[in-house]
Write a protein that binds this ligand. Structure first.
Ligand code: ATR
Length: 285
C-alpha cells in the first residue's frame, strides 16, 4: 500500500514512522513518504502520487483547507471542519476525511478526562479549532466557549456552529443543544470572572513560538485539565503556566498518534494499538 503525507514544511513529520509502526502490528508492508508541497504545487504532486500507485494521503499545514477542493466526496467530519487531513483514493477519485477532532477526543478519553457534561474552553479560532468542534459536541460537552485573540474570528465560528445546531447547515451534529459561546482572550475568565472550566484546550499556535495565550489567571480557578495541541520534548509555556497553578496538563502527542490511527483505519481497515506507538515516539522526542 502506497501512502504519503503532504505539507510544507514536511521534513519534521513523524507520520512515516507512526504509520510504519501501525503496519508492523498487522504484518503489513506499506510505503509511506513525506512529500513537500505548497498549495500551488498540490495538484501536480497529487497527480504524480496517484500515477505512481498512491492510494492514501495525509495532508498537513498549510494544505488542510486547500485539499478540500480535490475531494469528490467528503465525510461528515471533513464537511463540518471544512478541512481534511486524510484522503483515500478510490475509483479514480479522492475521498476526504478529517480525523483530527476524533483523535483529540480519543486522547482525552485515554487520559481519563470526562467530556460528557464538561465545561470546555477552547483557545484559538484557526484551522486547528475548526476540526475539533464537531467531535466535542458529539461527545456531549455541556458548554463550549471559544476564546480567541482576534475576537471576530471566534464569533464567526460561533455563528457557523449555531447554524449547524439549528439544522440550518448541511451536516448537523448528533446533539441539537450545547451552550456555545465565544469571545476574546479576556472572556476566558468566564461570565462569573472566575472561570468554571473543567477542561481548557489550547488550539492556538503559541506553543510553536514559545508563547502562551494571554488569558487571565482566573481562567484556572476551577483547576481545569489543560491540554495543549502542540507537542515537543519540553512542556509548552501554556502547560508550564497551568502546572504552576496546580492543574493537570498534557501535550498533543497523543492526539497526533490517535488521529493517525483513525487515518490508518480508513486505508487498511485495521485498528492499531496506539499506546505502544505513543510510548515509542515519546521516547524519541
Ligand atoms: P492553525 O491552523 O494552527 O489553527 P491558524 O489558522 O494560523 O493556525 O491559527 C492560529 C491561531 O493561534 C489563531 O487563533 C491565532 O489567533 P488570531 O486569530 O488572533 O491570530 C492564535 N495565536 C497565534 N499566536 C498567538 C498569540 N501569541 N497569542 C494568542 N493567540 C495566538
Amino acid at each position: 500500500m502506497k501512502l504519503a503525507v503532504f505539507g510544507s514544511p514536511i521534513a519534521h513529520s513523524r507520520s512515516p514512522e507512526i504509520h510504519q509502526a501501525f503496519a508492523a502490528q498487522f504484518g503489513r508492508t506499506i510505503e509511506y513518504q513525506r512529500i513537500l508541497a505548497s498549495p500551488e504545487q498540490l495538484s501536480e504532486r497529487f497527480a504524480e502520487f496517484v500515477a505512481s500507485g498512491g492510494v492514501g494521503a495525509n495532508v498537513t499545514v498549510p494544505l488542510k483547507e486547500h485539499a478540500l477542493s480535490f475531494c469528490a466526496k467528503l465525510s461528515p467530519r471533513a464537511e463540518q471542519a471544512q478541512a481534511v487531513n486524510t484522503l483515500i483514493h478510490r475509483n479514480n477519485e479522492w475521498l476526504g476525511h478529517n480525523t483530527d477532532g476524533d483523535g483529540l477526543v480519543a486522547d482525552l478519553l485515554r487520559l481519563g478526562v470526562k467530556l460528557r457534561g464538561a465545561r470546555v474552553l477552547v483557545l484559538g479560532a484557526g484551522g486547528a479549532v475548526r476540526g475539533i468542534i464537531g467531535p466535542m459536541l458529539d461527545a456531549e460537552v455541556a458548554h463550549l466557549h471559544i476564546a480567541n485573540r482576534t475576537e471576530v474570528k471566534a464569533q464567526k465560528l460561533l455563528v457557523e456552529w449555531q447554524q449547524r445546531l439549528a439544522g440550518e447547515l448541511e451536516i448537523t451534529p448528533k446533539v441539537f443543544y450545547t451552550l456555545l459561546t465565544a469571545g476574546d482572550l479576556n472572556s476566558a475568565a468566564g461570565s462569573s470572572g472566575n472561570g468554571q472550566w473543567d477542561i481548557i484546550i489550547n488550539a492556538t499556535s503559541t506553543g510553536l513560538t514559545q508563547e502562551r495565550p494571554d488569558i487571565p489567571d482566573a481562567s484556572l480557578a476551577n483547576k481545569p485539565f489543560c491540554y495543549d495541541m502542540v507537542y515537543g520534548n519540553q512542556p509548552t509555556p501554556f502547560m508550564l503556566w497551568a502546572e504552576n497553578h496546580g492543574c493537570a496538563v498534557a501535550d498533543g502527542l497523543g492526539m497526533l498518534i490517535e488521529q493517525a490511527a483513525l487515518s490508518y483505519f480508513q486505508w487498511a481497515g485495521d485498528i492499531p494499538d496506539t499506546k505502544v506507538v505513543l510510548d515509542s515516539v515519546r521516547s524519541q522526542l
